[in-house]
Ligand binder design. Structure first.
Ligand code: NAD
Length: 349
């Protein structure tokens, strides 16, 4: 069986991840591309085959297209993904699933009502290092996790986005909405839920615009840095730093402090995982090169989405996962705005 997919939004994540990973999957044909900037769609079509359309509704109404990747900017995910699901397409939506929980709930509802798969592009839980970390934690050899520290930062999306420089939509309040919290923070929220198999209960956060400026030289209207203190439902405590102003090396590291030692993820470019036992014994794992903006290895996201469609399986990152991660990020932004600790209620599905 061949799955015919369309890519909507043909910028950096489509070019680095979705298009090449679909092209490498033997069960997929890329049938169509749409981008408001037609040239970007044409570049992908030239390289990977498939047609370019001038209106995304052409893709929706094409009954030969089974699935779409929604790689548009944050503010349009709920429109494109909901419409696609309602037209009977499976949807792989990039993170953040949406910019409000109401929008996220609408996308999930469309998936439930159409019976079509909705997966969210939280790729962190699929990397070899994070999968191995989960395996080590589940084995119990380090005992329970007591606390953690997680970081995600790089020099900023203006170096990554298809529109380079200060004009990037990542710096636009109406389009990015969540700033670095929705760009990098949301990845780590999803990752910690996966690693700890636990939910976020409370957050206290601060955020700021420390360095990024818009085309007029004014501070951007969304945060470029955020620091969070988290309490999980189980009582585990954690800290997190998210930044678009780490101008040296990208940092995507996490340390889990456990009853009988530590688990260090991405501690060093030479190895991806290190277990440090209570007796100082160190075990290092070389699993894969770390995925950075400059080094995109196969994310596994696209193959997992295709596998879910082929076998009618639950995807490894569901719409509900996407909505919970968004809820935590919105709670962190609320805490930063009000200066108060914010309690995160369980969502009733
Ligand atoms: N999973 C990850 O690691 C990861 C990494 C980067 C970006 N993303 C997410 O992917 C999405 C796209 O980010 P990007 O880095 O590719 O941005 P980008 O600026 O490089 O590309 C976005 C593209 O979408 C197009 N676009 C936007 N809205 C559109 C619409 N309504 N219809 C048609 N085309 C539209 C733009 O013209 C642009 O070409 C964002 O939601 C972002 O958060 C995820």
């Amino acid at each position: 069986m061949t799955i015919r997919v369309a890519i909507i939004g043909c910028g950096s994540i489509a070019a680095h991840r979705h298009a090449p990973e679909y092209a490498n999957n033997p069960h997929v044909t890329i049938a169509a591309y749409y981008d408001r900037n037609r040239e970007r769609a044409e570049t992908l079509a030239l390289r990977y085959g498939g047609k370019v359309v001038d209106d995304y509704r052409e893709i929706m109404e094409d009954e030969t297209i089974d699935a779409i990747s929604d790689c548009s900017s944050n503010e349009t995910h709920h429109v494109i993904s909901t419409t696609a699901l309602r037209h009977g397409k499976h949807v792989l939506c990039e993170k953040p699933l949406a910019v409000t929980c109401e929008q996220a709930a609408e996308i999930i509802r469309a998936s439930k009502e159409s019976g079509k798969i909705l997966m969210v592009g939280h790729n962190q839980r699929l990397t070899a290092a994070h999968q191995k970390a989960r395996e080590i934690l589940a084995s119990g050899e380090l005992g329970s996790v007591l606390s953690y520290k997680t970081n995600f930062g790089h020099k900023g999306p203006e170096y990554w986005s298809a529109t380079k420089g200060k004009a990037t939509w990542f710096f636009d309040k109406q389009r990015s909405v969540l700033g670095v919290a929705g760009d990098l923070g949301i990845h780590k929220v999803d990752l910690m839920r996966y690693l700890l198999q636990d939910e976020f209960a409370e957050v206290t956060a601060v955020e700021g615009v420390l360095d990024k400026t818009d085309e007029q030289g004014q501070p951007i209207p969304v945060c470029d840095n955020m620091l969070c203190l988290f309490k999980m439902r189980s009582g585990i405590l954690g800290t997190a730093a998210f930044s678009w102003t780490w101008y040296g090396e990208e940092d995507n590291s996490t340390i889990l402090y456990c009853e009988r030692g530590e688990l260090r993820i991405y501690p060093d470019p030479a190895y991806q995982l290190e277990v440090v036992k209570g007796n100082r014994e160190r075990i290092r794992y070389q699993l894969e090169a770390i995925q950075t903006n400059d080094n995109q290895t196969n994310s596994g996201v696209i193959d997992a989405f295709v596998d879910s469609i082929l076998h009618g399986k639950e995807p490894p990152v569901s719409g509900e996962d996407g909505m919970i991660a968004l809820q935590v990020v919105l709670a962190a932004l609320e805490s930063a705005r009000t200066g108060a600790k914010v309690t995160i209620p369980a969502i009733v599905w």
